[in-house]
Design a binder for this molecule. Structure first.
Ligand code: MG
Length: 197
C-alpha cells in the first residue's frame, strides 16, 4: 500500500509506461505501408498522419490483451519507478476504456511494477487534468498533448513526454516537454523548485 501522505504523480500508460508506441509504429508499417516514428504515435499526432479511421482500427488491435502484454517497458522506466515511488504516490491515468485498462494491471504485474502504483484509473469519459486535480496530483506526465492543454487547474504541473525532442527539456507556458524518464526523474529530484516553478 502506498503512503497516502506522499505527493501524487499521475502517469499516462500507453507510450509513457508501456512502449505500445513501438507496436503502433510496427502495425502501421505492416498494415498501411507507412513509416511513422514511435515518438509521434500518441493519438493526437498519429491521427494527423494516418487519419482517425485507421488510428481506431490500429488502436483496437494494439490496446487488446495480446499486443498490450507484448509491449516492452519504455526506456528508463524500470529504474525510475522504484526511485519515484519512494517519494511519490504514483497513479496511472489512461484514456483506455474499461475493458482494455485491465491489461494495464496485468502488464504492471508481469514487469514487477504493480506494487509501486496506488491506482490504475480509466479517464475515457473525462479530462485527465480534471481527474489528476481531483486526486490532488502534483503532476501529470503524458505523451499526448491533448491531455495537458486546457484551462485552469494550475495546481497540476504538466509534463509532456516527447522522446523525439532534440534537447532534454523544453519549457513552455504551463508545460514542460521532457525527452526521457531519466530527465523527468532529474526534474522531480529538484522537487520544490519544479513544483513551485
Ligand atoms: Mg499515451
Amino acid at each position: 500500500m502506498q503512503d497516502e501522505k506522499k505527493p501524487c504523480i499521475a502517469v499516462d500508460y500507453d507510450g509513457v509506461v508501456a512502449d505500445t508506441s513501438q507496436l503502433k509504429a510496427d502495425w502501421i508499417r505492416e498494415n498501411l505501408g507507412m513509416s511513422v516514428s514511435p515518438g509521434i504515435c500518441d493519438r493526437t499526432r498519429c491521427v494527423e498522419r494516418i487519419g482517425t479511421r485507421q488510428y481506431n482500427r490500429m488502436a483496437k488491435v494494439v490496446y487488446g490483451r495480446e499486443y498490450s502484454l507484448r509491449a516492452q517497458p519504455v526506456a528508463g522506466l524500470k529504474s525510475a519507478i522504484p526511485i519515484l515511488a519512494k517519494s511519490f504516490r504514483l497513479v496511472i491515468l489512461s484514456a483506455r476504456d474499461d475493458s482494455n485498462i485491465l491489461w494495464v494491471t496485468e502488464w504492471l504485474q508481469k514487469h514487477g511494477l504493480y506494487q509501486h502504483f496506488s491506482g490504475v484509473i480509466s479517464t475515457q469519459q473525462r479530462q485527465k487534468l480534471e481527474t489528476a486535480s481531483e486526486l490532488g496530483a502534483a503532476a501529470l506526465f503524458d505523451d499526448d498533448i491533448r491531455h495537458l492543454r486546457g484551462p485552469g487547474l494550475t495546481s497540476v504541473r504538466r509534463f509532456h513526454f516527447d522522446r523525439d525532442l532534440p534537447e532534454d527539456v523544453r519549457t513552455e507556458k504551463q508545460l514542460v516537454h521532457v525527452k526521457s524518464w531519466h530527465v523527468f526523474l532529474q526534474l522531480l529530484g529538484k522537487g520544490k523548485e519544479v513544483f513551485d516553478g
